[in-house]
Design a protein around this ligand. Structure first.
Ligand code: NOJ
Ligand code: NOJ
Length: 464
């Protein structure tokens, strides 16, 4: 039954005929995404714990392990583990062993971006170092460690994840030491294209050191905690320098070395939003509701409306790419960036649903009103200074509007997914066909992250 439903939907590009509701598709697609993502783990002949970026071996060849992709993908596995999945928990522990081996092979340069599937360093010419990798990996394992500590598994945490010994011999400690000592260096960005100081990389480093300091405190490593916290404070100041008054959004890279192949005069990039999603903060510079973050996300979305043919039809959410000047595979929307907008709106909905007070800024008021308009929901008057949490009806309307807006991006993904539910890296800017690396692990992981946020937002909304 379900298989048939998915099948007919896959072909239904546009116009979309009467479809069973999104819920049915999302349910089916959740398990498809999980299965296909796990199929990229530890392929035959690889070192156990290897996560392929994609099984694609040519055009493009993604048959490698990337540190960044691995860390971000495993965040979704950690969600599954926290939801009680035994296999996800086992995958986390395998990934801990794999990562320690990986660090030892990388040696002094933890910013080494990718590895062969047998675990060896990939020595081909490549954009290196990419220092977001170790920071994202630290953040992942810090969150895992907190989960394990709550379960009373302190020995495992101390032996495998965070030991205070120096030189470090555990995964988190090694990555934090590297990050604390190297965050001030320029590197290559997450898209492996430009050299400079990147908002995304800095945000990952800031979060790793901030959460790492708290973990170090918990484990009695007070001196390290103080040091990490101090470095995090410095990075936070650097992050705020990315704000451009003139452009009214965060610039993705400062002191950018113009790579002639990848010009980016706008400096407008979805990676700023991806940083906020990875940070999971509800206040401060990296929170999604922060005016500057919101303005950046709005500007990124607006930039794609005019350049992709697909966005002439906005009966679903906007097709979102990496940055407007992107020309990789012709420059297309990506699955993971589209899923990011679903996740963003759901996280904001969830935060508002739980909030005791939520006093609107002008930017928020405009954004929430637009969310209601685009998803055809009614909402009362929203203006700067209104505490929407104080008015139950208004609060519910805003939350519902954000949830509905989020679903539009999931509809966008549904519209372009392959018939069997497989998701590639990109989809064609004009024809919507899946494009570039097939079965990208990161695509599945982002989709699953959006669904986790969706479940959470639903639960909070139904408690209103
Ligand atoms: C250029 C792409 O834009 C970048 O994202 C990618 O990682 C490299 N080429 C390698 O495929
Ligand atoms: C290209 C992306 O730009 C980069 O972020 C990613 O690490 C690799 N593909 C592998 O998925």
């Amino acid at each position: 039954m379900m298989g048939l439903v998915v099948l007919s939907l896959g072909i239904a590009a546009q116009p979309r005929f009467a479809t069973p509701d999104l819920e049915v598709w999302l349910n089916a697609q959740a398990s498809i995404a999980e299965t296909k993502m796990f199929a990229n783990f530890s392929p035959p002949g690889s070192m156990p714990g290897t996560i392929l970026a994609s099984p694609s071996t040519h055009d493009p060849n993604y048959y490698y392990y990337w540190v960044r992709d691995g860390a971000l993908v495993m965040q979704s596995v950690l969600d599954l583990s926290n939801q009680g999945s035994k296999s996800a928990r086992a995958a986390m522990e395998t990934f801990v062993r794999f990562s320690r081996d990986n660090q030892i092979r990388a040696g002094w340069n933890l910013g080494e971006p990718r590895f062969n599937v047998d675990g060896s360093v990939n020595t081909e010419p490549w954009g290196r170092p990419q220092n977001d990798g170790p920071a994202l990996r630290a953040l992942l394992f810090i969150r895992f460690a907190n989960q394990l500590l709550a379960e009373g598994r302190r020995d495992y945490v101390i032996n495998e994840l965070y030991g205070s010994k120096l030189p470090a011999d555990t995964v988190i400690k090694e990555d934090l030491e590297f990050t604390a000592h190297h965050w001030g260096e320029k590197c290559i960005d997450l898209w492996e294209e430009v050299w400079g100081y990147h908002f995304f990389t800095r945000a990952a480093q800031y979060m790793a050191l901030k959460e790492g300091a708290d973990l170090a405190d918990k484990l009695g490593d007070g001196g390290a905690a103080t040091f990490y916290r101090e470095q995090a404070g410095f990075i936070e100041k650097e992050l705020s320098k990315h704000w451009s008054e003139e452009k009214d959004y965060y610039l993705s890279t400062l002191e950018m070395n113009y790579n002639v192949d990848h010009p980016k005069p706008s400096q407008l990039d979805v990676s700023v939003l991806l940083a906020a999603l990875a940070a999971e903060q509800e206040s401060g510079i990296l929170s999604l509701t922060n005016d500057r973050m919101l303005k950046t996300a709005i500007a990124v979305e607006a930039s794609f409306k005019t350049i992709y043919g697909l966005n002439r039809d906005l009966s679903t959410g906007t097709a979102i790419g990496r940055y407007p000047e992107d020309h990789y595979f012709g420059g297309n929307p990506w699955v993971l960036t589209t899923a990011a907008y679903a996740e963003m709106n759901l996280r904001i909905a969830d935060q508002i649903a739980r909030a005791k007070t939520f006093v609107l800024t002008e930017t928020q008021a405009a954004y929430f009103a637009e969310a209601a308009a685009v998803s055809k929901r009614t909402v009362g008057t929203l203006s700067a200074g209104t505490d929407i949490a104080a008015d139950r009806a208004l609060k519910t309307q805003v939350v519902t509007a954000l949830q509905a807006k989020a679903d539009r991006y999931l509809e966008r993904i549904r519209r372009h997914a392959n018939q069997d539910g497989s998701l590639s890296e990109q989809y064609g800017r004009d024809d919507g066909q899946m494009l570039s690396a097939r079965d990208l692990s990161w695509s599945y992981a982002s989709f699953l992250r959006a669904l986790t946020s969706r479940t959470r937002a639903n639960a909070s909304a139904s408690a209103l």
